[in-house]
Design a protein around this ligand. Structure first.
Ligand code: CP
Length: 308
C-alpha cells in the first residue's frame, strides 16, 4: 500500500488493485481454514456514526479472522462523546491511542479526510455523507465483477437508482474508468442523476457513458446491472413511474444470460425477492466478498505500517 489511509477510490492504481485482488483470493483460503493469527496484536476501532450491517460486521469479522481485536460502538452519534459536542478531530486523536486502525462511517461528506488529517493510525472510509464515497464497497464490487465476468475490460455497466447521492456508485465509477472500452449507463429520475463531477472525470478519461431515465432499453446490452435504492420520500413520482427503475422477473428475460445483477444492499422494493434464485443475482455473493476484500486491504495496510 503506497498510502496510509483509505479515503477514496482514486487512490487505487491498476497494479495496486491487482495486488489487492490476489491477496483477496488468498484470504478466501485463510477464511476456509478458520482464519490466521498473523495480525493478533492488531486492534481495529469501528466508529460508525450511521447505521450499517454489511460494512461494520464484515470489517469486524475481517479483523477477527486476521487474528486481531475490535473496539466498537453501536451508534457513535449517540454513544460517543459527539453527543456532548466533542469535535471529530478530538475523538479521532483520542481513539487512535487505543488502536492500530480506525474504520469510520460518518454523516458528513469529507469526515474521513478530516479524521485522516489528525490520525497517527490508518483511517478507512466506510462511507461519508450522502454524496461522498464508499471506497471499500467499490473495491469489493470491482472484485465481484472481476470474479463473475472474468474481465474488467470491455464491460457495459448500468447504474440504476438515486445516483446523485449514491456513494457506492460514485466510488465504483472512478474505479471502472481505469479499464479499457468500458461503457457506463446512468439510469435515474432526472432529479437524481449522477452528479457532474463524475461525468467530468469520465470525460477527461474518454470513458463512454449515457444518461437514461428507464432501464428497459439497455437491459439487453449490459453485462452488469448495478441496482441501488430510491428513497420514495424524495420524489414526486408515483409507483408506476418508479417501477421503471426496479428489476423484476419479467426483466430477467431481457438480460444477457451471463449478465449479473448487483446491489450494495440493503434493498427495498427495487429488486424483487423472486430474482434471488436466478444465478445472475450476484448481490449476496457480492456482500460475502466484502469480508475477503476487507481482510486483504487491512492486512496490506498493517504490513506497510509495520515495515516503517
Ligand atoms: N453496502 C453497505 O454499505 O451496507 P451497510 O450500510 O449495511 O454497511
Amino acid at each position: 500500500m503506497p498510502f496510509k489511509h483509505i479515503l477514496e477510490s482514486q487512490q487505487f492504481t491498476l497494479p495496486l488493485i491487482k495486488e489487492l485482488f490476489d491477496r483477496t483470493d488468498y484470504m478466501k483460503k485463510v477464511v476456509a481454514r478458520g482464519g490466521t493469527r498473523d495480525y493478533e496484536k492488531k486492534i481495529v476501532a469501528s466508529l460508525f456514526y450511521k447505521p450499517s450491517t454489511r460494512t461494520r460486521f464484515s470489517f469486524e469479522s475481517a479483523t477477527y479472522r486476521l487474528g486481531g481485536k475490535v473496539l466498537t460502538t453501536e451508534q457513535a452519534k449517540e454513544f460517543s462523546s459527539e453527543i456532548q459536542g466533542e469535535m471529530l478531530e478530538d475523538t479521532i486523536q483520542i481513539i487512535s491511542n487505543y488502536c492500530d486502525a480506525i474504520v469510520i462511517r460518518h454523516h458528513e461528506e469529507g469526515a474521513a479526510k478530516r479524521a485522516a488529517a489528525v490520525s497517527p493510525v490508518p483511517i478507512i472510509n466506510a462511507g461519508d455523507g450522502s454524496g461522498g464515497q464508499h471506497p471499500t464497497q467499490a473495491l469489493l464490487d470491482l472484485y465481484t465483477i472481476h470474479n463473475e465476468c472474468q474481465t474488467l475490460n470491455g464491460l457495459s455497466v448500468a447504474f440504476i437508482g438515486a445516483l446523485d447521492n449514491g456513494r457506492t456508485v460514485r466510488s465504483l465509477a472512478y474505479l471502472l474508468a481505469k479499464y479499457d472500452r468500458v461503457k457506463l449507463y446512468f439510469v435515474a429520475p432526472a432529479e437524481m442523476q449522477i452528479k457532474p463531477d463524475i461525468l467530468e472525470y469520465l470525460d477527461k478519461r474518454n470513458v463512454a457513458y449515457q444518461l437514461l431515465n428507464s432501464v428497459e432499453e439497455i437491459l439487453s446490452k449490459v453485462d452488469v446491472v448495478y441496482q441501488t435504492r430510491i428513497d420514495k420520500t424524495r420524489l414526486s413520482l408515483n409507483d408506476t413511474d418508479l417501477s421503471k427503475f426496479n428489476i423484476d422477473a419479467s426483466m430477467l428475460q431481457k438480460m444477457k444470460y451471463d449478465a449479473i445483477i448487483m446491489h450494495p444492499l440493503p434493498r427495498s422494493v427495487e429488486i424483487h425477492p423472486e430474482i434471488d434464485k436466478d444465478p445472475r443475482a450476484a448481490y449476496f455473493r457480492q456482500a460475502k466478498n466484502g469480508l475477503y476484500v476487507r481482510m486483504a486491504m487491512m492486512s496490506m495496510l498493517f504490513d506497510v505500517y509495520d515495515s516503517k
